[in-house]
Design a protein around this ligand. Structure first.
Ligand SMILES: CC(C)(COP(=O)(O)OP(=O)(O)OC[C@H]1O[C@@H](n2cnc3c(N)ncnc32)[C@H](O)[C@@H]1OP(=O)(O)O)[C@@H](O)C(=O)NCCC(=O)NCCS
Length: 161
């Protein structure tokens, strides 16, 4: 699928929020806690963009939003690590390479800005996603636990740029 990938301003956050909810909907009954996007609101995402904490990358086919991702400096290691999250593709178009193109663009930005690693967090229960990121050059470098949970709920994954 031919898509244009680029960074955009917060004017697109409403439809990005909608697409993220659509993409993560099928995980609502699989992972606990449910995907973070269901706690996010359009104003909460807009304000992280206003504060410069997050940037929005979109994938468009003509004018239609096909995928999107949020990225920014990783607060755990701001000097070296870039972070992306809420990676989402329109479900009917899963498996067409759009997710990979979005991650490629995040990595390109991170490299351009002299970060040493691209990082993300992936739920331990989502084995397919972990395997996908491993194929894309990421490795598990740690784990984390959501507030209120006793056992780790996600892996921290990183790729050297
Ligand atoms: C994860 C996600 C962003 C991937 O986007 P995508 O456009 O389908 O990704 P791509 O087509 O670039 O690559 C998908 C990879 O998974 C593989 N795959 C395995 N099962 C698949 C399935 N059921 N559907 C599509 N791809 C599948 C493909 O072979 C491909 O692997 P490869 O790059 O090694 O060939 C998308 O599936 C999505 O939005 N999922 C819901 C939200 C989510 O889980 N986000 C990630 C949070 S960590």
């Amino acid at each position: 699928m031919n898509v244009s990938i680029y960074e955009t301003d917060k004017s697109n956050i409403g439809r990005a929020h909608e697409l993220m909810r659509l993409a993560f909907a099928q995980q609502r009954n699989i992972i606990n806690p449910e995907p973070g996007i269901f706690q996010d609101t359009i104003p909460s995402l807009s304000s992280t963009i206003d504060r410069g904490e997050k940037r929005l990358i979109v994938a468009l086919h003509r004018t239609r939003l096909m995928g999107c991702v949020l990225c920014g400096v990783n607060k755990d290691n701001p000097a070296e690590d870039f972070y992306f999250g809420r990676l989402a593709v329109r479900p009917r178009y899963f498996g067409n390479g759009i997710g990979r193109e979005l991650v490629d663009e995040v990595e390109r930005l991170a490299k351009e800005e002299k970060f040493l690693r691209s990082t993300c967090a992936v739920r331990i229960a989502l084995r397919q996603n972990i395997a996908m990121f491993e194929r894309w050059g990421y490795e598990i470098v740690g784990e984390g636990t959501h507030a209120g949970f006793k056992e780790p709920t996600y892996y921290k994954m990183a790729k050297n740029l």
